[in-house]
Write a protein that binds this ligand. Sequence first.
Ligand code: A3P
Length: 289
Amino acid sequence: MKPMAAFRSQFECRNDDVFLASFPKTGTTWLKALCHTILHRHDQEEEEEEEDILTKKNPHQVVPTLEFSFLLGRVQHLLLSPRRRLMHTHLPYSYLPEEVTRSPKLVYLARNPKDTVVSMWHFYNQVHKGSAGPLSVERAVESFCSGVMPWGPFYEHVLGYWEESKKRPDEVLFLKYEELCREPKEQGRKLASFLGRSFPSTTDGSGGTDDDDEVEKVLWRSSFGRLKELEVNKYGAVGEQGLQLSHTIYFRKGTVGDWKNYLTLDMAQCIDQVTRVKLQGTGLSLDDF
Ligand code: A3P
């Protein structure tokens, strides 16, 4: 059976499953680390610091992307796990197996299109280093604007989840990379509360709240600076031969607005124009930061 068909036919949803979804290069690694940390933070507090699984495994090993797991024949372990399952997909909403669309908790992370293109362009050139010639940034922008992208087109991908989050806000949470960067504590609390793992919130009399330490710890554990410097993410690779990516490739810059260093005014305007047309009337903005 083909991997996707196997995925569709073998997957059975559980009441406490959590699904993460994202377009590639929009912060998937962060979302995986953050959600895993939120869900398992009490386990970590009870155990020794060394037991933090993110110090031993890359976030993509901790939270698998389902379509890759099926491709690599590694899905049984995940499907049969007795623990609360946290899974990820890059598939557009309309491609999700029906079982997954019934998932009680689905979190989508979106990122502004210009940083997504730039991140994708760097990623492509890293992956194909030494084989295909380098992809120019012009070609990357052209491809993006015409919707020719892996798991693309980008806008349809984002809008599929956006529409769903408006219809089913208790089941589908739509987050933005830029908001996570700008207001990490607020967004972290929102995410934890959505996942049923709220941080206790008690005013401590000094203007802060008692739970600040807990939120900050979770954010730190999943932060770019920390993950990038962990030994596990400096060496090794995820996947297998033929579909293997070094851990370092997932941690490049981790900022908002890096596109300004690579895109010409024309390229930026071209993307902005497509963004305007595609998002018109949807109530979604991806450049409001
Ligand atoms: P840049 O290439 O702009 O640096 P994905 O995880 O979907 O592949 O996305 C990768 C992008 O997310 C990269 O962006 C990467 O640096 C950034 N990233 C990875 N881990 C992050 C983290 N913990 N916090 C913020 N950004 C992170």
